[in-house]
Write a protein of this length. Structure first.
Length: 326
């Protein structure tokens, strides 16, 4: 994996009134959330956009077809709606000689306000890595996780991003394609909100995934989420910051340290100009403290942008997943 500047962050101060509920909830072991990321870019208005009338969309048809992908849908019984996804199938998948061959799968989670068709790990990079022999043939599933879901089930039980991924999409993929249908043949990766989702879902479900990679994970504090995306806090977490913190990767890492040490290889990357960098630095610090194996690098000059992170990593994140397939 590429090497970068792990970095250290100085101690951060938070108002006691804000920290107390989370410190109590995490007792006896506690972890301080990272410093809030700026709500907006410098010079922009601090008032968040109005998403009060936002309606979640689970199927987004591609505007321009990618010849390397096939767009498909599966029925979500949990939400009583169709959910979309894109699938990349490797060269030779349909050859008669490979009719009995099964393939490992990487599940890719998109970021905020994106869909199964956008914010993707480039399919052409996967295709090139396979054709060059850098990695063996794999399947990639580009998930539709909801544009503003943070990959959790909403407090009111109506928007079930985690449930549909873990209990519906994975079984659908296993019966529709020739997969290695066990954790040793499955990995999860994502960008931004999807990086946050990949970390928390892998940490919550180590029985399902053999590794996780997060690009610029959105490791926000509950306070920052409330200030920046109040509609997400309201819609997905019932307006309760404690609910958000309860499923936060920083809390899950501490709560499940022993399991993660044994079962969950972790890699994550963030640009050193990314406004979300403090969260990744705090995650790095915590994983070192807990003795959880991981790989981490800060990409020089990169902002909150998948492109420079992909360029820095090359095919190493694909190799990372492949190295943990069995």
């Amino acid at each position: 994996m590429p090497k970068g500047n792990d970095g250290n962050i100085s101690a951060m101060r938070f108002p006691l009134a804000f920290l107390l509920p989370f410190l109590i909830a995490a007792a006896p072991a506690t972890v301080v959330p990272p410093a809030p990321a700026p709500a907006t870019k410098p010079g922009a208005t601090t008032k968040p956009a109005d998403f009060s009338k936002y309606v979640e969309r689970w199927v987004t048809e591609p505007k321009i077809a990618n010849p390397l992908l096939k767009h498909a849908e599966y029925p979500s019984a949990a939400m009583k709606t169709a959910v979309g996804y894109n699938v990349y199938l490797p060269p030779g998948y349909d050859d008669a000689a490979n009719a009995e061959k099964r393939y490992p799968v990487i599940y890719w989670l998109h970021g905020l306000n994106q869909s199964e068709n956008t914010n993707q790990y480039p399919p052409k990079n996967v295709d090139a890595a396979i054709k060059s022999g850098a990695i063996p043939p794999i399947i990639v599933i580009y998930v539709s996780g909801g544009g503003r879901s943070f990959y959790v089930d909403s407090a009111d039980g109506k928007l079930l991003s985690e449930t549909t991924l873990t209990r519906e999409l994975i079984p659908h993929v296993n019966v529709t394609y020739r997969t290695i249908a066990k954790r040793e043949g499955r990995a999860i990766q994502g960008m931004s909100m999807g990086g946050w989702g990949a970390l928390r879902i892998a940490m919550s479900h180590p029985e399902l995934f053999s590794s996780v990679v997060a690009f610029a994970p959105s490791l926000r504090t509950p306070e920052n989420l409330a200030e920046t995306y109040p509609d997400v806090l309201s819609r997905m977490f019932g307006g309760d910051p404690k609910r958000f913190w309860a499923v936060h990767p920083l809390k899950l890492a501490r709560d499940r340290a022993d399991v993660l040490k044994a079962q969950m290889p972790i890699a994550f990357y963030c640009g050193n100009k990314d406004h979300l960098l403090p969260g990744s630095q705090e995650m790095k610090k915590l994983l070192v403290e807990l003795g959880i194996p991981h790989e981490y690098a800060e990409v020089d000059g990169a902002k909150h942008d998948l492109g420079p992170l992909i360029k820095f990593c090359g095919d190493s994140t694909l190799k990372f997943a492949v190295s943990h397939f069995k």
